[in-house]
Ligand binder design. Structure first.
Ligand code: ZN
Ligand code: ZN
Ligand code: ZN
Length: 341
């Protein structure tokens, strides 16, 4: 019997399609056509092929936009939103609009031509995490922005393009994204009722039953969520409650780097390097607003969602907002926890 499951945070329903379920080992990431690889503008020595850097981890004696760096951030050459200008919020009859203002930055995670973040060292991933935090703190100073979304597209099918060099993206937006607002609202609703964080409750319950836990190390857990949308979907959460990712201490950044590396390595090894997206969900930039953000320090809990792209989103998903997941998350968690990395 297929199962309808409800996500406890945002109330989204998914269908765990046990009838057409596949075994975990029937999924593989390599059945995708990708165009031939282009020359890489992100390797060390190709600095002139990117816009000038915004941020770099490099020794003091090296010049900006020259070799010698460990990590660089550059503006996107094809930004979704533009940094210059004012928002000019306005109405046109019943329609609301504003100028497409925002920041769109590319975080080049390594000077080596490495395709998958799974193959970076945990120390290097910790440096990427520090870079996300530094950039978010900097962008928060710009009062036009309300949110900064960090995300990654790995592999052609996941939108990773034809250059196989590990990088993530950061987009600051002048409005809070709807998907984030749904989580914030769901978490606050749960908190108003229970006076507990929904994510902390979820972590407690997962640790008790263990059937969806993939990794439990160093203050972080990786689970396949109860109402998973995609086969092998993974959420990484800090066990200690915190709504704001930028509050992560240095030792915790290294611990987070370790669990990210392990989780991504399990996907790579167990599923033949599948394409995936990940997103970081953290508290918005909190500009003072009466009655807003009252309990966010207690009710929201930052986390990373990793979504392997092994199935397609089709008409039913578009039409309903339901997702159909052809693999029970319990089977995914068991399979991934047994992949040795
Ligand atoms: Zn490269
Ligand atoms: Zn919490
Ligand atoms: Zn989330």
């Amino acid at each position: 019997m297929p199962e309808l499951r409800k996500d406890p945070v945002i109330g989204r329903w998914v269908i765990i399609a046990t009838e057409r379920a596949k075994r975990p080992d029937q999924f593989s990431g390599q059945a995708q056509e990708a165009p031939p690889e282009k020359p890489c503008p992100f390797c060390e020595g190709s600095e002139s092929h990117t816009p000038p850097e915004i941020y770099a981890l490099r020794p003091k004696h090296t010049l900006p936009n020259s070799p010698g760096w460990e990590l660089r951030v550059v503006p996107s050459i094809a930004p979704f939103l533009r940094i210059e200008g004012e928002l000019e919020r306005r109405g046109k009859g019943m329609y609301d609009l504003m100028n497409g203002i925002g920041a769109h930055e590319i975080v080049i995670e390594t000077n080596q031509h490495i395709a998958n973040m799974a193959d970076l060292s945990e120390e290097q991933i910790a440096k990427v995490i520090t870079c996300y935090i530094d950039r978010m703190i900097d962008l928060e100073k710009d009062k036009r922005f309300k949110y900064a979304l960090v995300f990654k597209n790995h592999g052609w099918v996941a939108g990773g393009g034809s250059v196989k060099h590990s990088r993530s993206q950061l987009i600051a937006t002048p409005v809070n994204p709807k998907r984030v607002k749904e989580e914030l609202a769901g978490a606050r609703f749960y908190y108003d009722y229970h006076e507990r964080c929904v994510f902390c409750d979820l972590i407690r319950q997962e640790l008790e039953f263990k059937e969806r836990v993939i990794l439990d190390i160093d203050g972080f857990i990786a689970i396949s969520p109860f109402a998973a949308r995609f086969p092998f979907e993974i959420w990484i959460l800090p066990k200690k409650h915190a709504c704001d990712f930028t509050s992560l201490t240095m030792p915790m950044r290294l611990d987070l780097g370790r669990i990210i590396k392990k989780a991504l390595s399990k996907l790579k090894k167990g599923l033949n390097d599948p394409p995936y997206n990940y997103v970081l969900h953290t508290a918005p930039f909190r500009q003072p607003k009466v009655g807003y953000w009252k309990s966010i320090d207690y009710d929201y809990h930052w986390h990373i969602e990793i979504m392997p792209r092994l199935t397609r989103v089709a008409g039913f998903e578009w039409g309903t907002g339901f997702y159909i997941c052809p693999l029970p998350p319990e089977d995914a968690a068991k399979f991934l926890s047994e992949v040795e990395v």
